[in-house]
Design a protein around this ligand. Structure first.
Ligand code: KG4
Ligand code: ZN
Length: 338
């Protein structure tokens, strides 16, 4: 479908515990991006409670969407399409955003566009750097996924490596929980690690010299065993040493992937891309290797709807509108080429 740079997309994201709506013109011009986090609702349980997330999305989806429209100064007459995350994610949470997006699209007489949440994370870097060149290697590190992807064009992705067990964000969350640092774990470890010594404990770097896949579950076990054997160990030292091990593996493999595919640039995406040490070491590595390094701002790394609208623009251009009977798929995969 021919789509102009002014085509206006309303993006809606409700796959986990953020209710988000954004207005993006073309694929990159963010007019508004509203994110309402449910962190406080879930914190007392130490993780996201799916039923509570669905109920909160239900209450928030209309006010959040209305605010995105008001902040952008847009009314429905200007809308080109409504895009929503249809997976992967929590089924009840996804259904709230998908139903709202379909209802709005139907009411306004514009196309509905189904968006894969993982594909949307890939586009976060483009929101701030629209001129990124292909092939671009993206390290996608979120709560549920750890993937190295070569973007060969819009909509053409090659999977270079992925985690064989825990995702990087999951490892942060589980270790933080074990250390009593609360939920969400990633930002907590990031903060506490600033007071610790990253060389205090030499935690294992699994599969460091071995291909482009990852494994983090042994590292998590190693942290737990170390603390059990050394109960008086400093928590900041454990957090800093754990974080250093994760970042070391992520950065080593990302630069190897860029070398393998001859990419001129590397980008980060997903919630763990908000991590301070990862951001610093990632940029240092890119400078050393003489390639471009692109870090979306922290608010674009974690779940947001601007990236959903951006991916929606590309999906609409490549595939046209999605049928209104398309469902939500909690286990949706990223479509990759062989
Ligand atoms: O992409 P995202 O917001 O949601 C998913 O699609 O999963 O990622 C959430 C993950 C969580 O595991 C969270 O702990 C982690 O990103 N995270 C971080 C940081 N901020 C968020 N991990 C490490 N350091 C951070 N600063
Ligand atoms: Zn995400």
């Amino acid at each position: 479908m021919p789509l102009g740079p002014d085509a206006l997309i309303l993006g809606i994201e409700t796959s986990c515990d953020e209710t988000a709506a954004a207005l993006v013109a073309g694929a990159t011009n963010v007019l508004s991006s509203v994110v309402s986090s449910q962190v406080e609702l879930h914190a007392q349980y130490g993780g996201v409670v799916p039923e509570i997330a669905s109920r909160a999305h239900n209450q928030l989806i209309i006010p959040v969407t209305a605010r995105a429209m008001v902040e952008a100064g847009i009314d429905e007459r200007n809308m080109t399409a409504v895009a929503a995350t249809t997976g992967p994610g929590l089924i009840g949470a996804l259904l709230v955003g998908v139903s709202a997006a379909k209802a709005l699209a139907l009411t306004w007489g514009v196309p509905f566009v189904a968006v894969n949440h993982l594909e949307a994370h890939l586009y976060a870097a483009f929101l701030e750097e629209p001129e990124l060149q292909f092939p671009l290697v993206v390290l996608l590190v979120s709560g549920g996924h750890t993937m190295l992807i070569s973007m060969e064009d819009y909509g053409r992705y090659r999977l270079l490596g992925q985690t064989l067990d825990d995702a990087a964000g999951e490892a942060f969350d589980k270790v933080a929980r074990f250390l009593g640092l609360g939920y969400p774990g990633g930002p907590a470890i990031d903060r506490v690690a600033m007071q610790g010594d990253p060389q205090a404990i030499n935690f294992p770097r699994a599969m460091l010299n071995d291909g482009l896949d990852f494994s983090f579950s042994g590292l998590k076990t190693s942290v737990i065993n170390h603390v059990r054997k050394n109960p008086s160990v400093s928590t900041p030292d454990v957090a800093a040493s754990f974080q250093a091990a994760v970042v070391d593996v992520l950065v080593t493999k990302a630069r190897r992937a860029a070398r393998d595919v001859g990419a001129t640039a590397l980008a980060l995406g997903g919630g763990v891309a908000a991590n301070s040490l990862l951001r610093e070491q990632f940029l240092t590595a890119c400078t050393e290797d003489g390639i471009g390094g692109f870090l979306p701002s922290r608010s674009m790394c974690t779940d947001n709807a601007a990236m959903i609208a951006a991916a929606g623009w590309h999906r609409l251009r490549l595939d046209g509108p999605s049928p209104l009977d398309v469902g939500a798929d909690p286990n949706m995969k990223l479509a990759t080429i062989a």
